[in-house]
Design a protein around this ligand. Structure first.
Ligand SMILES: Cc1cc2nc3c(=O)[nH]c(=O)nc-3n(C[C@H](O)[C@H](O)[C@H](O)COP(=O)(O)O)c2cc1C
Ligand code: SF4
Length: 439
């Protein structure tokens, strides 16, 4: 990680993924402390008191999720780390898996102890190569050192871990699709209720947390909830790994304290925009979050409440910086092609709506758009809101409505003049943003 107001909670070295280095820094010491002196419910209490929020996109309070699992209920419980990381623009879990896999494993052991989990899973994105190899190597080392299996560290605690590789579906990052995929079925999201913490994997109580969320657990239990709360803001304690890409001079993964000024992050820490171009807007947290214009981010701080007040969200922390000259019509075209391709097809509004949106935007870009197309796209997006099994239908709608609301003039111009208001060239951006239209 680089940057000024960056909290170096995990210094990276070429060997920081290895057990020897992790242990030399005190790694697995927190697990030792937990097994020796804490009851499972004490761990959950500490995590709840920390106010830790989920980092997978929805910012759900972790303690509240864990508390739903009843201890000593005679049922098996499961824990799944969500390492699918399919949200475009997001590559921070990958950073943890490559550089700090033992931090995730120690945290998963502590969480498994707290939740009485005997079998834990990591569901990892199928396209990941180095992250998978680093994680698999760390699991092997941890087993050899006695951190997994029976009688861990000489106690009665036992836990096994399976690393399950996905097969390239974006929707399998959605929690219920993920467990359906682990069960060996087609990765379709499930209707809720019942909640997964009540009836999840193999119909048993299951906690699913994002990799980054879980990676926070060791530090919270080691230093205490109070120390964790000293970082960030009262409503958003701690930090977030922001993976930034797009037209920015220094793309990468930065650990940003909640409450940090967004403009300072973009223009100082990330070195400003490529080639000194002015910033047009940001996609703040994966393409499922609404764009914020240059004006929107004036004086904005990096925390959940502040982003909500400006009509967007922090999402997965996958920020994309977009320079002036980028055509928002063609940017939306790239996004809609993605959503259409990834819709699992179970829900009519998502299955049909994604196809309609994709066809309409293709028509506009081909110079055959109609003036009524813009409102039709908004209506189709609104029809998805709250009417689908999983959040993907909503998310695609938010992305569409968000861009049209801020850049309607560009859609009108494209339809009237059969060309982009911003010029023409479609640019592949460092391979990090899928594609962006750039003048
Ligand atoms: C279509 C879709 C894709 C998702 N992909 C991911 C993902 O790749 N990684 C992730 O952690 N959460 C993803 N989520 C969110 C998960 O459903 C779930 O909320 C999250 O893993 C819970 O972890 P957290 O509470 O620690 O954030 C996705 C949600 C949807 C609707
Ligand atoms: S919203 Fe889309 S991706 Fe989600 S379950 Fe329905 S059809 Fe599948």
């Amino acid at each position: 990680m680089t940057g000024a107001k960056v909290i170096m909670t995990f210094p990276v070295t070429p060997t920081s993924h290895l057990l020897a280095e992790y242990e030399a820094r005190g790694g697995y010491g927190t697990l030792r402390k937990v097994l020796a002196s804490m009851k499972p419910e004490d761990v959950t209490k500490e995590v709840t008191a920390s106010g830790l929020l989920g980092h997978g996109g929805a910012a759900f309070p972790v303690g509240r999720k864990w508390q739903v699992v009843h201890l000593n209920d005679g049922q098996p419980h499961y824990l799944c780390a969500n390492a699918d990381e399919g949200e475009p623009g997001t590559f921070k879990d990958r950073w943890i898996l490559e550089n700090a896999p033992h931090l995730l494993l120690e945290s998963m052991l502590i969480a498994s102890y707290a939740l009485q989990v005997r079998n834990a899973f990591v569901y990892i994105r199928g396209e990941f190569d180095l992250p998978y190899r680093r994680l698999a190597g760390a699991v092997e080392e941890a087993y050899a050192a006695g951190y997994f299996g029976e009688r861990i560290l000489g106690t009665d605690f036992a836990c096994d871990l399976v690393v399950y590789r996905g097969a390239g579906s974006y929707v399998c990052g959605e929690a219920s699709a993920l467990i359906t995929s682990i069960e060996g079925k087609k990765g379709y999201p499930r209707n809720r209720p019942p909640r997964l913490t009540v009836r999840g994997l193999y119909q048993k109580p299951t906690v699913i947390n994002n990799v980054e969320t879980l990676a926070n657990v060791t530090g919270i239990v080691r230093d205490g909830a109070e120390a964790f709360r000293k970082i960030g803001t009262p409503k958003s304690p701690g930090t977030q790994l922001v993976s930034i890409s797009g037209h920015v001079a220094k793309p990468g993964v930065y650990e940003v304290e909640y409450g940090y000024p967004v403009e300072k992050f973009l223009f100082d820490d990330c070195g400003g925009m490529l080639g000194g171009k002015p910033l047009k807007c940001i996609v703040p947290g994966g393409i499922s979050t609404k764009v914020l214009t240059r004006e929107d981010i004036a004086g904005l701080t990096y925390d959940h409440k502040a982003f909500e007040a400006r009509g967007s969200q922090l999402g997965s922390g996958g920020m994309i910086a977009i320079a002036e000259g980028t055509c928002m019509v063609r940017l939306l075209q790239v996004m809609l092609r993605f959503y259409h391709h990834e819709s699992c097809g179970q829900c009519t509004p998502c299955r049909e709506g994604m196809g309609w949106l994709h066809r309409i935007i293709d028509r506009i870009v081909a110079g055959q758009g109609r003036p009524e197309d813009i409102d039709m796209m908004v209506r189709i997006s609104d029809a998805n809101d709250g009417t689908t099994i999983c959040g993907m239908g909503d998310a695609a709608g938010y992305a569409t409505v968000g861009i049209i609301a801020k850049y309607r003039d560009e859609f009108e111009y494209f339809i009237a003049h059969k060309r982009s208001k911003c010029g023409g060239r479609l640019e592949v951006d460092h391979g990090q943003v899928a594609e962006a239209a750039y003048a």
